[in-house]
Design a protein around this ligand. Structure first.
Ligand SMILES: Nc1nc2c(c(=O)[nH]1)N[C@H]1C(S)=C(S)[C@@H](COP(=O)(O)O)O[C@H]1N2
Ligand SMILES: [Mo]
Length: 408
């Protein structure tokens, strides 16, 4: 019994519909060869980022910790290495941006296959197509959610972190099967046809662009996206290169106070932290003791130059001054803290709390910062006091800290 008529319906299901003469195994193979290393870097840094993220946030209910991440984190922890997260996340975001045009080009190069006729030949064919749907859908989902997240735009009602993470797993599972099936063709094509000779060919008859031209457009698009992404990773004046990064509330503040004039992730107003909450009645609780801001200023002050590196890829490096978390732990009677649970004045939201691991709690540069560049923190940057943790994702630098629970 035939499920589908032998003759395809008019339109994209007919071969003649797809006219570009530059489509073919060579173009698809070259694009795949370019995509694979980028996918490898983006995936590795993505999973590393997930471990760093989960290691502390995961112990509250906002982000579920899956067993693999928990095992990785409990085995290795996330080290308090100054630039670790900034470099990791910068690579993740930039390689993700580089991937985007190349992935779209790759999908374009094989799009006639989407309209294969008959759409389903038998059970094995149906299975293969379902796998491809996961691969294509997964790749588009992961890249689109990643890029939209860079814009601080959340047009969905699911949590970004787990969705992006599980989307990546679906994508990579589909990719592994696809690569296993296709790597032979790619290697054979590139071996037999080479890379250079086809690049010298002019546009084929009936074509409007050569294969070289198409690759130049795609590569140029990738480079432009990557370079503008690099601007916000490096920060400082280069940030102005990042044309696609948000420029809305908080992202390019001007407080008239140069020390505090850098990107704000969430303003005090949006976090519902009021001037009364941070006024003279402010007290920090450390286990069973309480301190005013003046008490904190009277303690030994330590300075460290460290970046805040956000998951969105931006970095702001400043000189922070305040009290070592280690010293606060000592005041609580615990010389070698195993874990530090920290809570903000912010009444609600997933980022109001964090659990730091022992390496982070004990590091000499882990601070409860009171000042930035020698000036009091502004309200929006976490006045009266905020965390600054070397090598941690930005989200773990909790602002408006109200409570610290030192655990042995
Ligand atoms: N209480 C609280 N702390 C917070 C956040 C928050 O939303 N609430 N955002 C975090 C995130 S995601 C980042 S990247 C940094 C940004 O710090 P900044 O706004 O001072 O630049 O603060 C972190 N601390
Ligand atoms: Mo962030």
């Amino acid at each position: 019994m035939r499920l589908f008529p032998a003759k395809p319906p008019p339109g994209p299901f007919r071969e003649a519909f797809w006219r570009s003469p530059i489509r073919g195994t060579w173009l698809s193979s070259v694009l795949s060869a370019a995509l694979l290393p980028l996918v490898a870097i983006t995936s590795f840094t993505g999973f590393a980022s997930h471990v760093s993220y989960e290691s502390e946030l995961g112990r509250n209910e906002t982000f579920a910790r899956d067993p693999v991440t928990r095992l990785l984190d409990d085995t290795f922890g996330w080290p308090a290495a100054d630039w670790l997260f900034a470099v990791n996340q910068g690579l993740h975001v930039i390689c993700g941006l580089l991937l985007f045009p190349a992935l779209l080009a790759k999908l374009w190069s094989v799009i006639p296959k989407l309209f294969e006729w008959p759409p389903v030949r038998n059970a094995a064919h149906a299975l293969e197509r379902a796998g491809l749907a996961l691969l294509v859908g997964g790749s588009l989902f992961v890249l689109a959610t990643g890029i939209i997240n860079l814009q601080y735009w959340y047009p969905w009602n699911f949590a970004f972190v787990p969705a992006h993470y599980y989307g990546a797993i679906v994508f990579l599972a589909g990719l592994a099967v696809h690569v296993a099936g296709k790597i032979g063709v790619v290697r054979k094509t590139l071996r037999e046809e080479g890379v250079k000779a086809p690049l010298r060919e002019a546009a084929p008859a009936g074509g409007t662009i050569s294969r070289r031209g198409a690759l130049a457009v795609v590569g140029g698009g990738s480079l432009l996206l990557g370079l503008q992404g690099l601007g916000q990773v490096v920060g400082g004046p280069l940030r102005n290169l990042s044309l696609l990064s948000p420029r809305g509330e908080g992202s390019a503040p001007s407080t008239g106070d140069a020390a505090n004039d850098f990107q704000i992730n969430k303003t005090a107003r949006r976090a519902r932290v009021t001037p009364e909450m941070v006024g003279p009645s402010y007290r920090l609780k450390v286990n069973d003791q309480t301190f005013s801001r003046d008490d904190l200023l009277a303690m030994a002050q330590t300075s460290a130059t460290l970046p805040i590196a956000c998951v969105e890829g931006w970095t702001a490096t400043r000189r922070w001054t305040g009290v070592r978390l280690k010293d606060l732990a000592k005041l609580a009677g615990i010389d070698e803290p195993g874990e530090l649970y920290v809570e903000s004045l912010q009444p609600s939201g997933g980022f109001r709390q964090v659990t730091l691991n022992g390496a982070q709690a004990r590091d000499d540069r882990s601070l409860l910062a009171l000042k930035v560049e020698g000036v009091d923190l502004s309200m929006d940057h976490g006045y009266p006091a905020r965390l600054i943790i070397p090598g941690a994702p930005g989200v773990h630098n909790t602002k408006w800290v109200a409570k610290i629970e030192v655990r042995a």
